[in-house]
Design a protein around this ligand. Structure first.
Ligand code: TYM
Length: 335
């Protein structure tokens, strides 16, 4: 790369709504780690997004700290990347207001996540839940991020962020980079172990449906032993075999083998044996994360140092873009 050429900016976030799931890890965070090698990376804990659903403040604060520690435990290097907590950089919510004024009510009404969450929390369909995707667009655009590594469930939100960027640029002149999504080839949508047509989610009521990345080996094995499969007996990736497809995907992600290699390895074997092998592979895969997490949680001073430094760097970077956007729309300059 030529010296004056800018490295691509990668950005992603995760909500601190409890321990991350195997889906979060496979669909997003493990890719964040590898992207650090090549790009300028910005990663944050989306605590402002999380309050769209009511939270107990004490528990929420603790979960945010744990989530920050978890991202470092998953391999995010706070020196090499910018790793911070969303509410520590006011530019996200400031820009969100501006972008909200170029976003249509109809666009937000079409967001499937809004519809799902509104149905689930019918007694608290707050304005934040509705405008959530605008804040997500601001998270991305305030750094002029080029690439956003996410799972499949965030695709619609990213499309909206792209539309908002294009519309702003058309109205006010070239301003925002139009971001590209980066979706893993395998594992962009890890499914529930109990209902393999649904995505694996932190908030599933069935405790056997979701693997959390801090689950111990016994728990992981128990969940995989109980994983739902089908009445067939062949271990192959095929239409209608959602449970087996999901297990093959998970096995492939945990071992680095392709789906075809996994199919060959288990040809002629029974579902019971296969489920145990997937459980073992996942337990081994997650073990280093658990160890690193425990070490980090023992050193809160270090964690605080990291997120403070991250917030300062994030602010400096985003402020350039934010100030330019303010000028473009005609706010009076004061700096
Ligand atoms: P969140 O916290 O729900 O999930 C974090 C990341 O994990 C991915 N993911 C999955 N991938 C595969 N299979 C699954 N079962 C699965 N479940 C979750 C998600 O796609 C996501 O990449 N709105 C975002 C957070 C956010 C954000 C942003 C992301 C806020 N601002 C800006 C990117 C850029 C969210 O709620 O993710």
């Amino acid at each position: 790369m030529a010296e004056n050429e800018r490295k691509k900016v990668i950005l992603s976030g995760i909500q601190p709504t409890g321990v991350f799931t195997l889906g979060n890890y496979v669909g997003a965070i493990r890719n964040w780690d590898t992207l650090q090698e090549e790009f300028d990376c910005i990663y944050f804990i989306a605590d402002q997004h999380a309050i769209t659903v009511r939270k107990d403040p004490v528990k929420f604060r603790q979960q945010t700290v744990e989530s920050y520690a978890l991202t470092l435990a998953c391999g995010i290097d706070p020196k090499r990347s910018i790793a911070f907590i969303q509410s520590h950089n006011p530019n996200h919510s400031q820009l969100s207001w501006i972008l909200g004024c170029v976003t249509q009510f109809g666009e937000l009404s079409r967001m499937t996540q809004f519809k799902d969450k509104a149905a689930k929390h019918a007694d608290d369909i707050n304005a934040g839940l509705f405008t959530y995707p605008v804040l997500m667009a601001a998270d991305i655009l305030t750094y002029n991020a080029d690439v956003v590594p996410i799972g499949d469930d965030q695709r619609q939100h990213l499309e909206l962020a792209r539309n908002i960027a294009v519309r702003f640029n058309q109205r006010y002149g070239d301003m925002f980079t139009v971001p590209e999504g980066y979706y893993p080839k395998v594992g962009a949508r890890i499914k529930s172990l109990q209902e393999p047509t649904k995505k694996m989610s932190k908030s599933d009521d069935n405790p056997n449906a979701t693997v959390f990345i801090l689950d111990d080996k016994d728990t992981i094995m128990r969940k995989f032993k109980r994983a739902v499969t089908d009445s067939d007996s062949e271990i192959r990736f095929a239409e209608g075999k959602d449970g087996i497809n999901n297990l093959l995907t998970i096995y492939s992600c945990a071992t680095g083998k392709t789906i075809e290699e996994a199919e060959r390895e288990f040809a002629g074997k029974g579902y019971g044996e296969f489920k145990l092998a997937v459980g073992e592979a996942v337990a081994d895969y997650l073990e280093p994360v658990r160890t690193k997490f425990a070490q980090l949680m023992d050193d809160k001073a270090y964690l605080k140092e990291c997120w403070t430094d991250g917030a300062q760097r994030a602010f400096r970077l985003s402020n350039k873009v934010f100030t330019k956007a303010c000028r473009k729309i005609g706010f009076v300059d004061y700096r």
